[in-house]
Write a protein that binds this ligand. Structure first.
Ligand code: ADP
Length: 490
């Protein structure tokens, strides 16, 4: 009896296989780390062959423990977005390293295109900005600098991570789902098809691109786990998390605080236009019809805790930050602007550098750690303002990701956003969203609303701060971030 959905959750630092039942209960999980390659400053690469190998190992382990492929109804994949893989159609082997979403090597190309006045047109067609973050600029760089890709001619296949895995799992299906395709800078947001003008702008051979599909459906079958299993759900990780948080109605919004932080608001059937440097993206496509989201991406979130731990050695473990934040009455006037890798939405200053401001002899380690944690709510507040200015006012924020295990931070978010914050008991919303999509694709559910029963109960945090204290905090943050942004612009 096929009781489970197998989810392949393809993160940046690890790959994981999980088994979900129809109620959304996770029965098993197995993960393996992925090697990060940093060949030069600002470059980040993965080995696509390793991604495949580790995926197989994790998948086989949980399928075997469940009693074999007959127990698996379908497979859902959620993946790190924007990372791009180049492989040979003939051999099915990678032709070059995978260029990871964090990689900045295409910064010069983006600058050149911006200087030529291309950004407004690109934004209008894709909902994105000319930033190295997005796959199209990485593909253009690779085609220019890696002659073996040009030489491959018709043998070259290009795709994001879910596309690569579907190819390997099925033995040659070349497709990508609309939520991933929407992050390439090559897809027309309104059409859901590759845009000829954009494909030409980035010099991408059209024949190397996959077919764009829905997020749930029949994407082929695999024998990789000891029996035939259909692949029926695919989504980029942030879109999967938004679905896993059951943000199915227009206006619902989630924020994931992992290595970085990503806020997505469901904007319904019409592609939103941001005038405040948010991204407009596909949330899902079902039956050929797309639902859209506005997105704000913060590059530094949990990685700030890692930096406090590994580089500054102010804490030994990330969860120590909670006790330290509680141990002082307030931030003591200290503010952290965590622009350790530039600053993302709504500022988008790649050259910005981090700052800790307002310190005196009375400043302690606890103040600094608290200021770092507070910067999560401050950055989210800036996004809340930008979303509201773009017509997407938040009425409740659903939070997830590794950082929100921190109760102090969850309450601080409610306080600073002046909003109810909801945290589901099961925090792996990315995997859950992929399971919901796969459950829909294999016929377990008739629609996403039915699939949303997989999301269980949630804790609620209500605003409890004095308005003057909130204003004082926001004024302190505004001054600190303005100094950082203006220093970068100089
Ligand atoms: P990702 O999916 O991006 O790998 P996760 O969602 O697993 O990230 O979150 C891990 C991040 O959360 C780490 O950067 C870690 O520093 C941070 N983190 C984990 N627990 C806590 C905590 N209790 N307080 C603050 N940060 C935390």
């Amino acid at each position: 009896m096929a009781d489970f959905i197998l989810v392949l959750d393809e993160g940046t630092t690890s790959t994981r296989a999980m088994l979900f039942d129809r109620d959304g209960t996770c029965h098993d999980s197995e993960s393996r780390p992925l090697d990060q390659h940093y060949p030069r400053a600002g470059w980040v690469e993965h080995d696509a062959a390793q991604i495949w190998k580790r995926t197989l190992e994790c998948g086989r382990t949980v399928v075997d423990r469940a009693g074999g492929a007959d127990r698996i109804a379908a497979i859902g994949i959620a993946n790190q977005r924007e990372t791009v893989v180049f492989w040979s159609r003939r051999t099915g082997e990678p032709l070059a390293p995978a260029i990871v979403w964090q990689d900045r090597r295409s910064a010069d190309l983006c600058r050149r295109l911006r200087d030529r006045g291309e950004e407004a047109g690109v934004q209008a067609r894709t909902g994105l900005l000319l930033d190295p973050y997005f796959s199209g600029t990485k593909i253009a760089w690779a085609l220019e600098h890696w002659p073996e890709l040009k030489a491959a001619g018709d043998d070259l296949a290009i795709g994001t991570v879910e596309s690569w895995l579907v190819w390997k799992l099925t033995g040659g299906e070349h497709l990508t789902d609309a939520s991933n395709a929407a992050r390439t800078l090559l897809m027309g947001l309104g059409t859901g098809q590759w845009d000829d003008g954009l494909v030409d702008l980035f010099g991408v051979p059209r024949a190397a691109l996959p077919r764009i599909t829905d997020n749930a459906g029949d994407f082929g079958t695999t024998d990789a786990f000891g029996g035939s299993i259909p692949i029926t759900g695919l989504a980029g990780d942030q879109q999967a998390a938004t679905i896993g948080q059951a943000c199915l109605d227009r206006g619902t919004v989630k924020a994931t605080y992992g290595t970085g932080a990503f806020v997505l608001a469901n904007c319904g059937a019409v592609p939103p236009t941001s005038r405040h440097r948010l991204l407009s993206t596909v949330l899902w496509q079902l039956g050929g019809r797309r639902t859209y989201a506005l997105e704000g991406s913060v590059f530094v979130a949990g990685s700030l805790m890692q930096w406090l731990r590994d580089s500054l050695k102010l804490i030994e473990r990330a969860d120590e930050s909670e006790g330290l934040a509680r141990s002082v009455e307030d931030n003591g006037g200290v503010y952290c602007v965590p622009a350790l890798a530039g600053i993302g939405a709504p500022w988008w200053e790649a050259e910005a550098r981090a700052a800790l401001t307002g310190m005196s002899f009375s400043t302690t380690r606890a103040h600094v750690v608290r200021a770092c944690l507070e910067s999560m709510a401050h950055q989210t507040h800036d996004l809340q303002t930008a979303f509201a200015a773009d017509g997407a006012r938040w009425s409740c924020l659903r939070i997830d990701g590794g950082m929100v295990a921190n109760d102090w931070m969850a309450q601080d978010l409610a306080d600073m956003l002046d909003l109810e914050v909801e945290r589901p008991g099961f925090a792996e919303t990315t995997a859950l969203g992929a399971a919901m999509l796969a459950g829909l694709g294999c016929g377990w559910f008739k629609d996403l609303s039915e699939a949303a029963a997989m999301r269980g109960a949630a804790d609620r945090f209500k605003p409890a701060i004095d308005a003057d204290d909130r204003d004082r905090r926001l004024a302190g943050w505004s001054a600190a971030v303005a100094a950082v942004v203006s220093a970068a612009a100089r």
